[in-house]
Design a protein around this ligand. Structure first.
Ligand code: AMP
Ligand code: MG
Length: 326
């Protein structure tokens, strides 16, 4: 697969459209005072809208590929959800002409649970809590062939493009192709440039990134590990797979995801790591679980054969794995 292959073109176009849709909904709805914090309707509308657009574009180009995606239209078809469906349809229509709400539901339902020989893994909005808070979230799409991720697109609509200008231009698109490297683009797909992980050789130079949500990762264990490795810089907490993006471009050195004590046997979803992992690897990083095992994307929608996640710049991987044995 090369940069101009239909898979890459379609995945990029789908990511660009879904990213614009999510950001429009976030700006229109999520910031409104009238919406209570617990009102998830903006994320729901964006989740469904994003999945509809991406599934429709993938299915059109690759009718034989399965798409393993987080949502289905069952809830959306309930009579008490008609307003949400109507709003989702109207937002989708701004990006792709759609004839009816029924059609939107049918696009959403191109998604399935079938982990086959060649399939796409999609998280239409990763980091829903970040989306609602106005922080980071991502649209994550990956192609998995014979259990290996071969293409990843990660749209981060609210992520600063340049670490030196955190208040500057926002919206990044990450792309990785197996064997061909990782790239960052603007959220329109322009300005493509290769990205690389940090060259930090000593753990003391490292910066850790971790989830914002304490239920998603064990912050206390991360803190202990940082002490053990003489990591003095504060951890950077960020929602979604945007963490993989900032590691791939060298801004942080380690992404730790030790299962939270709230749910120590939690199994990760494939769509939460497929796109991010290839972006980190192709930028020179290494991705395993916290026991050093490669991520297994072939066991089903849950990564049954893995526990937690460790991402590094490669150089520091073994030393962190060793420290995690504590
Ligand atoms: P993050 O933004 O990195 O905290 O990750 C968001 C993702 O965490 C969501 O897409 C969920 O699928 C996933 N998640 C939900 N519960 C847990 C849990 N107990 N441990 C780890 N991840 C979780
Ligand atoms: Mg997710």
């Amino acid at each position: 697969m090369d940069q101009n292959s239909p898979e890459v073109m379609t995945a990029l176009q789908a990511g660009i459209k879904a990213s614009a849709l999510c950001e429009k909904i976030r700006v229109d709805l999520a910031g409104k005072e009238s919406l209570l914090k617990s009102d998830r309707s903006p994320v729901t509308i964006a989740d469904y809208g994003s999945q509809a657009i991406i599934c429709k574009m993938i299915r059109e180009q690759f009718p034989h590929d399965a798409i393993v995606a987080e949502e289905d239209s069952k809830e959306l078809r309930r009579p008490d959800r008609s307003k949400i469906l109507e709003q989702a349809t109207s937002y989708v229509n701004t990006f792709i002409p759609v004839s009816s709400s029924e059609e939107v539901c049918s696009w959403i339902d191109f998604g399935s649970n079938s982990v086959t020989d060649r399939f796409w893994a999609l998280d239409p909005i990763d980091g829903t809590k970040g989306f609602l808070r106005g922080d980071q979230y991502a649209i994550a799409l990956a192609l998995i062939e014979k259990g290996k991720v071969t293409l990843g697109v990660l749209a981060c609509p609210n992520l600063y493009a340049d670490v030196h200008h955190p208040l500057g231009e926002k919206g990044c698109l990450f792309l990785a192709l197996r064997g061909k490297g990782s790239f960052q683009m603007d959220n329109t797909g322009a300005n493509k440039r290769p990205i690389f992980v940090s060259k930090a050789k000593s753990p003391s130079e490292a910066i850790i990134t971790e989830s914002v949500e304490p239920d998603h990762a064990d912050h206390l264990t991360h803190q202990r590990l940082a002490q053990k490795l003489n990591i003095s810089k504060p951890s950077l907490r960020m929602d979604s797979q945007a963490k993989y993006g900032i590691l791939a471009r060298g801004e942080v050195t380690l992404y730790l995801r030790v299962p939270s004590s709230a749910d120590p046997v939690y199994k990760e979803n494939i769509w939460d790591h497929a796109a991010g992992s290839i972006i980190a690897e192709e930028a020179g990083g290494r991705v395993t679980d916290v026991l050093g095992r490669p991520l297994d994307f072939s066991s089903g929608i849950k990564m049954e054969n893995n526990r937690g996640i460790l991402v590094s710049n490669g150089i520091l991987h073994e030393v962190v794995l060793k420290a995690l044995e504590m």
